[in-house]
Structure formats: C-alpha cells, structure tokens
Design a protein around this ligand. Sequence first.
Ligand code: NAP
Length: 200
Amino acid sequence: MRIGIIGAGEVGMTLAAKFVDMGHDVLVSNSRGPESISERLAYADSRLSPSSVVKACNCEMVFLAVPWTKIGEALPKGMDWGGRILVDVTNIFLSYEPDFRVDELRDDSGSEIVSRMARSARTVKAFNTLPMNTMFAPRDTGFRRVLFLAGDDPSAVDDVQKLVAELGLHPVPLGSLATAGRLMELNGPLSGLELLTPIR
Ligand SMILES: NC(=O)c1ccc[n+]([C@@H]2O[C@H](COP(=O)([O-])OP(=O)(O)OC[C@H]3O[C@@H](n4cnc5c(N)ncnc54)[C@H](OP(=O)(O)O)[C@@H]3O)[C@@H](O)[C@H]2O)c1
C-alpha cells in the first residue's frame, strides 16, 4: 500500500520506519519541505520518500501526525479526499512540557473536529493512546499490545485494523468517533492505558 504521513516527528518517522519494514511505500511530509526530511534520514530506502504534504495526502491511507495546534495549517485547504482514509493520531495538547495544557473541547472531540475538517475523507482515530516508545516497546513473547481504534466508516476501520495487526499489535475497534474516539482522547479512560493480550 502507498501510505502518506503528515508530520515527520517522533510519530511520523517511527510509523514510517515500521511501514517500510512491512513492505509499504511511504511518503513523509512536514511543514518545511522534503529537503529538510532528506537531510535527517539516517539511511536511504527507496520505499521511504520525503514528500510535500499535498502529495502525501494523495496516498491511499494518510496519517495526521502533527501537534494538535497545527492541524488547521497541516490539512490542505479544499482538498478532495475522495473517500481516502485519514488516520488521526493527534492528541489535544495545547502545550507540552512543563505544563502539558489540554484543549477544552466541551461537547466536541479532536477526532470529530479532524473529520469535519476533511469531510471527504474517512477518518479513523488510532495510535494516539500510547507514547510511541511504549507502543513498540519489547514485550513478552506470547503477548500482543492492544491498540484501540475508532471510526464512523466500518470498512475504513477494517483497513486500518489490518495494518495495526501487521505491525504486531492487537487491534480493538470500539465504535464511532463520537463515542469511542472520546474514550481514547486525552483524559479519557483509554488514554495511556497499556494492555497486553495473549496471542491465541
Ligand atoms: N510522540 C508520541 O509518542 C505520540 C504518541 C501518540 C500520539 N502523539 C500525537 O501525535 C502528534 C505528533 O506527535 P510527535 O511527537 O510526532 O510530534 P513532533 O515530534 O513534534 O513532530 C511534529 C511534526 O509535525 C510537523 N508539522 C507541524 N506543523 C505542520 C504543518 N503545518 N504541516 C505539515 N507538518 C507539520 C512538524 O514538521 P516541522 O518540524 O517541519 O514543522 C513535525 O515533523 C501529536 O498530536 C501528538 O500529541 C504523539
């Protein structure tokens, strides 16, 4: 599959490396342009291409991996997503260390906001409930780490679920963005919850 990633930070580059290892073609983008990414690549792999945001957004599945405060700038305006899958990995931090302020969304949620900003995409919330270094930390053989997903389009959730399983994680789809997406949000009961399940 051809996967696009908006954001070439900790999440973007961690997931990009994993997807490349699995044999996918990955286009990674950031706010400063492809050259700034090429400079940082430790190794050349023909499957991993630094890209513009728009080109990355034209991939079959696109990951949104930018700070919450940047989503409006990062998602291309007026883009026709044509039903492509947008995986929202963001967490609603307004700031990081030392104060870690969380956005006050009242009756709304981050993934529903993203979904409204990209109406012609099928948005799936995933990969946001654990830090990358926990998500992919070594684990006892015989166990898989649980990864929650939420989305309003069952076939989109299904496709992301397959990718999650390929990564060696145990996907648990929980329902819609409005219900499950909120449980997965910062300060929700599933945020930061690490679960391991025996491989059957
Ligand atoms: N870190 C984790 O373990 C983790 C786990 C789960 C979820 N999350 C969430 O995932 C998101 C990304 O986290 P991160 O730790 O990867 O952040 P990060 O290391 O700070 O990287 C953010 C990336 O977003 C890019 N970016 C910023 N504004 C952009 C724009 N307008 N257009 C395109 N790219 C833009 C930055 O590119 P430039 O440098 O060129 O601006 C940078 O490559 C956040 O919402 C975070 O809360 C993080």
